[in-house]
Every structure is written in C-alpha cells, then in structure tokens.
Design a protein around this ligand. Structure first.
Ligand code: ATP
Ligand code: MG
Length: 488
C-alpha cells in the first residue's frame, strides 16, 4: 500500500512539473509568436478588389475542379467501356470461328493478340493452362465466366474476361485480358488538358476580375484623395458624384451633404464671432472716446465729468448685457445651458412680469384681461427671461402711450401666451429673419433703442427647449402679436 502511495505521489509530482513546463513553454512561444502574427497581419493589408477577386477565383476553381474530376471519371468509364465491348466482341468471334486444329487456333489467337494488344489464355476441362499468348505459364482461370473483371497491377488497370468454349479439341475455356495502358494514357492526357484549361480560366478570371473590380472601386480611391484635401480652409471641396448609380454614389452624396452641414455651421459660427466682435467694438470705442474726453477736459470741467461718467456707465451696462447674451447663446450651442424644471403656476409668473414691467415702465399701458390659472413644469427663470424679451421688444418698438396686451389661456393641453402691441410692426421682408442672431429690422431706429439683435434668438431657444412654438403676426405701423404655445 505504502509503495503505491509513494508511486502515485511521485507520479503526481512529475505530472504537475511536466504541465508547468508545458505551460511555461506555451506562454513563451505565444509571447514570441503573437507580436510576429500582429506584424504580419498589419503588413498583409489586402485591398477590397483583391479580396473580392480572391473569393470569386476560389469559388470558380472549386467548381472547375469538381467538373474536371467528374469529366475525367466519365472519360475513363467511357474508355473502359469501349475496351470491354471490344474484348467481348473478339472473344465471341473467336468462340464462334472454326479451325482445322489447335495449332491453327493458336496461330489465330496469337495474331489477334498482337493486333489487339490482348493476351489470350486457353484452359482444358480441368482448368489447366494449355497455352498463353504471352508465354506466362502460371496464369489461372478466372472463375467468373462471361463477366468483366477489372484489377490493377503496378498501377496498370487490366480487364479480364473468361468464357467457356466447349471446343475440347483445342480448348475448353478461353480467357482474354487486356492492359488498359493506352486508355490510361489518354485519360491522363485528358486530365492534364483539363487542369491546364482550369488554371488558365482561373488566371484569366483573376486578371480580368482584379482589373474590373479595381475599375468599379476606383471612386473609393478618388474619394480618399478628395477627403484628404478637405480641411477647414478648403471646406467647399466636394466629392465627384457623376459616376453610375450605385452604393458608392450614395456614399459620396451623403458625405457631400455632411460637408454641406459642417460648412453651414462653420460659416454660421464665423459670422457669429465676427458679428459679436463688431458689436463689442462700438461700446469700447464710446468708452475710449469718453475716457479721452475726460483726460483732456474732464479734470476741471464738472459737466464733462458727469456726462462722461454717465455715458461710460451706460456703455459698460450695454457691454455687460451683450456679453451675457453671447455667453447664453454659447452655452446653448454647446448644450451646457442648464434647464432646471419645476412645477409652478404660469399665471402667477405672468402677473409677476406685468407687475415688474409696470414698475420700470410708465410710458405704456399694459393690459391683461385673461390669465388662466395653470400649473406647468418648466424652468421658471428661463420662461421669465423669454417673456421679458418679448415684452421689452413690445415696449421698445411701440411709441409712448402705446398699449401692450398680455393674455394667457389654455386650449386643451396647450398653454397660449399672447403678447400684442400697437407699435411700429415688422415688414414682411424682415419677418422671416427676426429670430436670426444679430438681426435688427430697422438699423437706424435700433441705434436709438440700443438693441443687440440677440433677444429673440435667446427667447426662441428657451421656448423650443420647452417643446413649445412661437408664431408672429405683424403689420408695419399697426403692431405685432406674438403667440407662444407651451405644452402643459
Ligand atoms: P435685444 O437683443 O436687445 O433684444 P433687439 O430687440 O434688436 O435687441 P431682438 O429682440 O432679437 O433684438 O429683435 C430682433 C428685431 O426684431 C428687432 O431689432 C426689431 O426690429 C424686430 N422686433 C422684435 N420685436 C418687435 C416688435 N414687437 N415690434 C416691432 N419690431 C420688433
Ligand atoms: Mg429685443
């Protein structure tokens, strides 16, 4: 027992050691092979046209190979069949012919043997060999009478046919065997021709296929070259889409559409930056102008001092306002402007806005007849900001003593807020653009009122972010009506 235990212990130790060595060896081998394989993989970069051609050439060669094997087998069977028919006919003729004596018969079969390349053997009643045309003294009779027997000896196929003659005066059995050497040679030549044909066809397919698939995929090369040249400085480059109607054309068109969009937003962004710089230049110049004035006269002249300080304060305020609006839009573009939704009564917010407006502005009459009580979920601060933008516009673009009406009402699940004034109105040419950044309908007038042209784009963003919509109805010199629709 003890010996068995020790034996198993030693065996277990040896096996674990062996597995450990194998594992170590495998991991070392893998660490050597893996980078090499990766390198080869990176080096072996096959083109699409090569891959397509290779797949088709492979399929074609398999089909041709199967066809060739079938054809070669059929040809061999045809040749063997012909040899069998010949052998049967010769044997029948020999069996039926009559001869003077056995010598005469031997002579006849000897001659036949030379002509036909067939060997004849004659046997007596006891199946003992009497005569063989090739002189083989050990030939034995095949007992399967009148049926063809095929055997292979040293790679040569031999067909044998034995039959009863019952002419005992010169032989009781006759056996003919024919080597299919020439048939085999014919078949080999036929197979070689087939293989040469197959290879030629496959080679032609590879050459033609590679050329034509390269031609078909040529637009990809052109696309790659064109795309390499597209940069921010050359955003107007487009892919050529004049070729045939196929997936590559779809790809090129889609790509061009994408570049269109990128170019559009890039131009918009550029425009925005240049407009913003332009807008900032004006207050800076004004401040600079007053600073110079102060420097020259303001130290002693109290009036100039007060006027300058007042103007600088106002311009600084304008600049702050502009920068805040720009920052808001930048946050909106970057999707970083926070929307903090909470439930609140919209009617209360509207009441608050009206109260505040009345406090600041006493030159216009602000009326609110309908103000339905409704609880909505939205960002209260942002909605208030949007309402202020619309009301500010109504005040700005309505002459003194004008009337501004602010009503809100519920239609099924939609809250409508109407802000109507009887001010200067907006012309039909300007109407489609009032929500564009920096757009101001009446430049000379806005100089007086001091707008930046950003208010409505901010308001539009706020309302759209709340899944609402804005409609504008306006008539020059009659007034403007803004209808805001917000889902409840
Ligand atoms: P701000 O950024 O200070 O609001 P702004 O008022 O000029 O400047 P928006 O509020 O975006 O800019 O308005 C764009 C333009 O639309 C205005 O310049 C003005 O011409 C026109 N507009 C807007 N509201 C009215 C209105 N109620 N009546 C007449 N014109 C209006
Ligand atoms: Mg405005």
């Amino acid at each position: 027992m003890e010996i068995i235990k020790i034996f198993f212990k030693i065996l277990w130790k040896t096996l674990s050691l062996y597995f450990m060595i194998v594992q170590k060896f495998a991991s070392v081998l893998f660490s050597i092979i893996s980078p090499a394989l990766n390198k080869i993989n990176r080096r072996l970069r096959f083109s699409i046209s090569f891959k397509i051609t290779a797949v088709y050439a492979f399929i074609l060669s398999i089909i041709l190979l199967i066809l060739s094997i079938l054809l070669s087998a059929a040809f061999q069977s045809f040749l063997t069949n012909g040899a069998e028919v010949d052998l049967t006919r010769t044997l029948t003729i020999l069996k039926q012919a009559s001869f003077v004596d056995s010598e005469d018969f031997y002579k006849a079969i000897k001659q036949e043997s030379q002509e036909d390349n067939t060997n004849f053997s004659l046997f007596d009643k006891n199946k003992k060999l009497l005569y063989s045309t090739d002189g083989d003294k050990h030939r034995e009779l095949n007992n399967n009478m009148d049926s063809i027997n095929i055997e292979t000896s040293s790679n040569i196929r031999i067909i044998t046919l034995s039959s009863e003659m019952q002419k005992d005066n010169y032989a009781h059995y006759i056996q003919a065997s024919k080597k299919l050497t020439s048939e085999q040679t014919y078949n080999q030549v036929f197979t070689i021709i087939l293989l040469i044909l197959d290879t030629t066809i496959v080679l032609i397919t590879i050459l033609v296929g590679n050329k034509s698939s390269k031609k078909i995929l040529l637009p990809i090369d052109t696309m790659t070259k064109t795309v390499k040249h597209i940069s921010i400085q050359a955003l107007d480059t487009r892919l050529d889409v004049s070729g045939s109607q196929d997936e590559l054309k779809d790809l090129a068109e889609t790509f061009n559409e994408m570049i269109d969009r990128i170019q559009h937003s890039y131009e918009q962004q550029n425009q925005f930056v240049s407009d913003a710089s332009h807008e900032l230049r004006t207050p800076i110049s004004v401040i600079q102008g007053y600073a110079n004035l102060l420097d020259r006269w303001g130290k002693n002249d109290k009036d100039v001092l007060e006027e300058s300080i007042f103007a600088i304060k106002i311009e600084a305020e304008n600049m702050k306002d502009l920068v805040e609006k720009l920052l808001f839009l930048a946050r909106a573009d970057k999707n970083t402007q926070k929307i903090e939704k909470s439930d609140f009564h919209l009617n209360e917010l509207i009441y608050e806005v009206i109260k505040e407006t009345k406090l600041i502005n006493s030159t216009h009459t602000i009326l609110s007849k309908v103000n339905d009580e409704v609880l909505i979920s939205a960002d209260r601060k942002l909605i208030k900001q949007a309402l202020r933008i619309f009301i500010d516009n109504s005040i700005k673009y309505t002459p003194v003593n004008g009337i501004i009406k602010l009503n809100s009402y519920k239609i099924s699940k939609i809250m409508c807020i109407d802000i109507q004034d009887n001010g200067i109105g907006i012309s039909s040419e300007d109407l489609p653009h009032i929500f564009d950044r920096f757009y101001r309908a009446d430049k000379s007038r806005t100089k007086e009122t001091g707008g930046t042209g950003l208010g409505l784009s901010i308001a539009k963003w706020i309302i759209y972010m709340h899944k609402g919509s804005i409609e504008v109805e306006s008539k020059l010199n009659c007034g403007t009506k803004i209808i805001i629709k917000l889902p409840i």
